[in-house]
Design a protein around this ligand. Structure first.
Ligand SMILES: Cc1ncc(C[n+]2csc(CCOP(=O)(O)OP(=O)(O)O)c2C)c(N)n1
Length: 369
């Protein structure tokens, strides 16, 4: 295993001291180390991975230094456009060091949403003409090579990081004063919905907790679409569903996911679907992948939603407020609820035991009734 702090220190020593990206579960320790040791001008946690590449490009142009862009391979798709039409040697030819967490590495067991992405991670880099190396304990030599490559070619280069590459580095989680956990908030929401209401829930622990709550309550899973991958698109999936059914669709989102593709809300809200019900659980963090902060607590999400066309946005910090808000949302059009929670989840939280296709088929059958 690589000592995380020594790796970080080596990057900084090389002048690779500007970090930008979206946190990843595999890079949890590295992201924690970057967060703890870099100030806010040297670590920008971005809305999505494409933004991170673009920021690294801007950074290079004003500093002539190389940005370090960190991400999960799930986010590689978000980077394709800026890597190929901005940083590419045939366009502006801008160097940066990509650090990519390799979920779904072939031969290693991982969740369904990571399998295809894992298989295609290296071929995708090859197709994009991006040189890469798989990070190992000779990292000093590897980073030296990356550095020289960027200097000589002005091209992006990637290091791909396997599971358990970095040793433990714990983040001091930013404490907030909220008392509800996400799971308690979800439990309260689920109890307010009935068998005719459908859910589209966001990537990460939200969907895992919903799955387990349904198991606990012997309710089945046919009412829930668990967006296991495709982070940031939950609201768009829910909106697409709303267009062809009278059933109420409750989108249950996270702040990281909301921020990732915030532009989609302008279009969704302007379409004013009566049955689109939006619930955002705001814990101010990417809790599912290690608790790195989002800007969720610094921005007024209710005002943003209202500004794009939601008619009313409720705020809740306890169970009673959640219940009250949902009873109103049920009958009103284009209303939303933002629930503020603390961070944290159960150690023994499981994962869905049904496959994504089983999940989809069951939902399609039920929603058509
Ligand atoms: C495009 C993409 N980037 C990154 C990830 C890794 N990832 C999975 S869940 C998650 C955090 C989600 O944060 P938020 O929506 O605030 O929900 P929370 O985990 O706090 O409940 C991240 C970054 C991903 N799955 N897809």
């Amino acid at each position: 295993m690589i000592n995380t702090k020594e790796f970080y220190d080596y990057l900084v020593k090389k002048g690779l001291d500007f970090f930008v990206g979206v946190p990843d579960s595999l890079l949890k320790n590295l992201c924690a180390c970057i967060k703890e040791n870099s100030d806010s001008k040297h670590n920008i946690i971005t809305a999505n991975e494409g933004n991170a590449v673009a920021i690294a490009c801007g950074y290079h142009m004003s500093s002539n230094k190389y940005g370090v862009v960190y991400m999960q391979n799930s986010g590689l798709g978000n980077t394709v456009n800026p890597l190929l039409s901005l940083a590419d040697e045939e366009v502006y030819n801008i160097p940066m060091l990509l650090i990519i967490g390799w979920r779904g590495e072939p031969g290693k067991k991982d969740e369904p949403q990571h399998v295809k992405q894992g298989k295609l991670t290296l071929p995708l880099l090859e197709t994009m003409g991006i040189e890469y190396m798989i990070l190992n304990s000779n990292y000093q030599e590897q980073i030296d090579k990356c550095y020289n490559y960027m200097k000589e070619t002005n091209k992006p280069i990637a290091v791909v990081v396997k599971k358990d590459t970095f040793d433990n580095y714990t983040i001091t989680k930013e404490k907030n004063n909220y008392t509800l956990t996400r799971e308690e908030a979800l439990d309260t929401v689920l109890k307010e919905l009935n068998d005719d209401d459908f859910i589209v829930s966001t990537t990460g622990k939200t969907s895992r907790e919903i799955f387990e709550l349904r198991e606990k309550n012997h309710q089945g899973h046919a009412n829930d679409f668990l967006t296991v991958g495709s982070m940031g698109h939950t609201a768009s999936i829910a909106f697409g569903m709303c267009l062809n059914t009278d059933k109420n669709i409750y989108c249950i989102d996270g702040d990281g996911s909301f921020i990732m593709h915030m532009g989609s809300f302008a279009v969704i809200a302007q379409n004013q679907c009566d049955n689109f019900k939006y619930i955002l659980i705001n814990n101010g963090a990417h809790e599912s992948v290690g608790g790195q902060p989002t800007v969720g607590f610094n921005i007024k999400i209710d005002e943003i939603l209202k500004a794009v066309g939601f008619k009313n946005v409720y705020l809740a910090t306890d169970k009673e407020e959640i219940k009250k808000a949902i009873s109103k949302m049920k009958n009103n059009s284009m209303e939303a609820l933002v629930i503020y929670t603390k961070q944290g989840s159960r150690e023994d939280l499981g994962r869905p035991t049904t496959t994504p296709v089983e999940n989809k088929v069951a939902l399609m059958e039920k929603i058509s009734k």
